[in-house]
Design a protein around this ligand. Structure first.
Ligand code: ATP
Length: 280
């Protein structure tokens, strides 16, 4: 069983993520797996950070720590608003597979956070057929799903379901958006379309975003900073800013600086994988 977190010091800035020398160990004795060791990471308000690295290096583990669904074995995890209780961070999440509820239509699926997240939930009864409905329609329209609110998930393609999942992740204006390979299962063209939509939403609302991805082009197109991880022990071994001006178009991915950046990251990951194989 994981030990409770040491009580973190309150910070002045709101909505900052900070991992301080975090260790996460799953299992015990000879079955123990150290997923993260001495991992430190700070993300400021409004940053868009991508986490990349070889399979099993601990990317999703970091996401779970930040989401609060997993406790660190050692070290501190600070998410502004969560520990100190003042104005709790509003978290939105999207995963590789759309997790829409099959018995609800798309409108009600997208509306779900408004039903359960404060301050929206207090007015849910009064606003669900007016203001909240309009809000959902506007959001669906923004991702090209205008008029699909009455459909059920099984009546939509995988790409359309993923668009609806993004709407649900964003409908309550999250201050913190956690994305675990949300575009991973889509074809290249749908993926690029959704990158553009995601970028526009980030520019408009400026949530703090932590994106886990295996796609270096996606990381360099979307993020303002890219952290490369290495396994055994899991930790961050490279932390690079992404300097390209916004709004970015897909054309940026053909520019020499972009190609140089993704090649460098690729080499870093190849090196990280090699270390992983030697240690395993
Ligand atoms: N619940 C668990 N019990 C035991 N080991 C776990 C558990 N969750 C994760 N691990 C191990 O911790 C390590 C990190 O896993 P994690 O899922 O964070 O990696 P990842 O970088 O997200 O991988 P991928 O890119 O393949 O999704 C892996 O070795 C994994 O096997």
């Amino acid at each position: 069983m994981n030990a409770p977190l040491a009580h973190p010091k309150p910070r002045a800035a709101d909505n900052v993520i900070e991992l301080e020398k975090v260790r996460v160990t799953f299992g015990t004795a000879k079955n123990a797996v150290t997923a993260l060791a001495e991992t430190s990471l700070r993300i400021d308000k409004g940053e868009f950070v991508a986490l990349v690295g070889p399979s099993g290096c601990g990317k999703s583990t970091i996401l779970k720590l930040v989401a609060g669904t997993l406790n660190a074995t050692q070290g501190n995890v600070f998410v502004a608003g969560r520990e100190i209780g003042a104005g709790a961070a509003r978290i939105g999440m999207a995963f590789q597979n759309p997790t829409l509820l099959p018995w609800l239509n798309i409108r009600d699926n997208v509306m779900l956070p408004l039903k359960i997240v404060p301050p929206f939930k207090e007015a849910f009864g009064a606003k669900r057929k007016t203001e909240y409905r309009d809000r959902v329609e506007a959001s669906l329209k923004q991702v090209g799903l205008g008029g699909f609110g009455d459909k059920f998930p099984w009546q939509l393609s995988g790409g359309m379901q993923q668009r609806a999942s993004l709407c649900r992740a964003l409908i309550h204006d999250p201050t913190l958006l956690l994305l675990d390979e949300p575009f991973g299962a889509l074809d290249q063209f749908t993926r690029e379309e959704l990158w553009e939509i995601m970028q526009n939403l980030w520019i408009e609302k400026r949530p703090t975003v932590l994106l886990v991805t295996h796609d270096l082009k996606e990381a360099a197109y979307l993020a303002s900073r890219i952290c490369v991880m290495q396994a055994r022990p899991g930790r961050i071994v490279d932390d690079s800013p992404v300097p390209f001006a916004r709004p970015r178009t897909i054309d940026v991915s053909f520019e020499p600086d972009f190609v140089t950046l993704t090649q460098r990251l690729r080499q870093r990951i190849v090196a990280a994988r090699a270390v992983q194989e030697i240690v395993s």
